[in-house]
Design a protein around this ligand. Structure first.
Ligand SMILES: NC(=O)c1ccc[n+]([C@@H]2O[C@H](COP(=O)([O-])OP(=O)(O)OC[C@H]3O[C@@H](n4cnc5c(N)ncnc54)[C@H](OP(=O)(O)O)[C@@H]3O)[C@@H](O)[C@H]2O)c1
Length: 323
């Protein structure tokens, strides 16, 4: 069945492993006043997707299934609701609609407020663009808005080869920082090429023994793996800032930060079209490179989740929704 009232979407009817994801026919959304209907061409896969699928992540916000996962949208405006003046049908756009509520990106169409999307430069592909919103906004809002990174500051980034990390390395470099990236052995040269001034191999030793005098730690691993957030406190200068991205700041981590004379903050990304416009310009101008490790059709969403969940993706995995 192919009509104007239904669409293909990935839904789940229970929390669980990748096997709970299936492509189904569901009702196609209609834009309200100030909203746009976007034909999705590609959708990014983020760790919050597989965490939510399994009952953690944003499961508490979405509530019980059924729901449609995904927050990274790249596509074309199909219809603009009453009052929308800044986007028109035919515009190529990208965005992170509705986060942390249901974004519904794993589907042929999404609706959201027009100002949660921004136009794409002509030479940025949908697959590149779909890799960016959640990861790019996380890196941008953490480094620019939260830490206000200044030229010459020392910035340490863990999981530097991942979706957020590889963009954070490039943003921090663009801001004039001295960038120290933590990654496994196969990513050392690649991160240097992206602009890291130092790359520390986390499999070869303890990064906190090799790095000191850091102004800002962007921790993308968290305390769940080998106490990474807590260990990173040792690298900070007095008054330096830890942004604990994956799991926030536990009472124990807060106490350790106080004792060390440094600051620690939790962080949650928010929709932000102006920041996406600045990021799109950096990509369009060739200043920032987006690494897409793999592209799979929507029907292979379970495989994409299995790959992403292994935790060693270089850059991003993207779903192709429309051809
Ligand atoms: N709070 C928020 O708003 C927010 C927003 C975005 C993401 N997050 C969270 O932040 C985390 C990172 O997200 P992401 O999208 O960047 O994840 P990702 O793309 O899945 O990260 C994969 C990368 O992690 C690296 N890695 C794994 N273990 C490592 C370790 N011990 N030390 C250093 N690097 C390691 C891997 O590199 P190697 O192959 O070199 O090991 C791989 O490249 C996730 O937990 C995610 O849920 C939170």
């Amino acid at each position: 069945m192919n009509d104007n009232t239904t669409m293909n979407a990935v839904r789940q009817h229970a929390f669980g492993g990748p096997e709970v994801l299936s492509v189904e026919r569901v009702e196609r959304p209609t834009p309200l006043p100030t909203e746009v209907l976007v034909r999705v061409h590609a959708a990014g896969v983020n760790p919050v997707d597989w965490k939510t699928r399994g009952g953690t992540g944003m499961a508490g916000v979405l509530g019980d299934p059924p729901f449609i996962l995904g927050w990274d949208v790249a596509g074309v405006v199909e219809e603009a609701g009453f009052g929308v003046t800044t986007l028109s049908p035919g515009d190529r756009v990208y965005g992170m609609p509705w986060f942390p509520r249901q974004g519904g990106a794993y589907a042929e169409y999404v609706t959201a407020p027009s100002r949660q999307f921004t136009r794409l430069p002509a030479d940025v592909t949908f697959e590149q663009a779909a890799a960016v919103p959640l990861a790019g906004l996380t890196a941008w809002q953490a480094l620019v808005d939260t830490a206000a990174v200044q030229p010459g500051q020392r910035v340490l980034i863990t999981a530097a080869a991942g979706g957020v990390g590889h963009l954070a390395v490039q943003f921090a470099k663009h801001l004039g920082a001295h960038v120290i990236a933590v990654a496994g052995p196969r990513n050392q040269q690649w991160l240097t090429a992206l602009g890291a001034d130092e790359v520390v191999d986390y499999t070869a030793g303890r990064f906190e023994k090799e790095v000191a005098g850091v102004d800002v730690v962007l921790d993308l691993v968290g305390d769940a793996y080998d106490a990474t957030s807590t260990r990173s406190l040792e690298t900070l200068r007095p008054g330096g800032l830890l942004i604990a991205v994956p799991a926030g700041v536990s009472p124990e981590l807060a106490a350790a930060a106080r004792a060390a004379g440094v600051r620690a903050t939790a962080f949650l990304v928010e929709p932000d079209a102006p920041a996406l416009a600045r990021i799109a310009a950096l990509i369009g101008d060739g200043i920032v490179t987006v690494e897409v490790a793999g592209v799979r059709p929507l029907a292979e969403v379970a495989t994409a989740h299995r790959e992403a969940e292994e935790g060693h993706t270089r850059g991003k995995i993207v779903l192709r929704v429309a051809s």
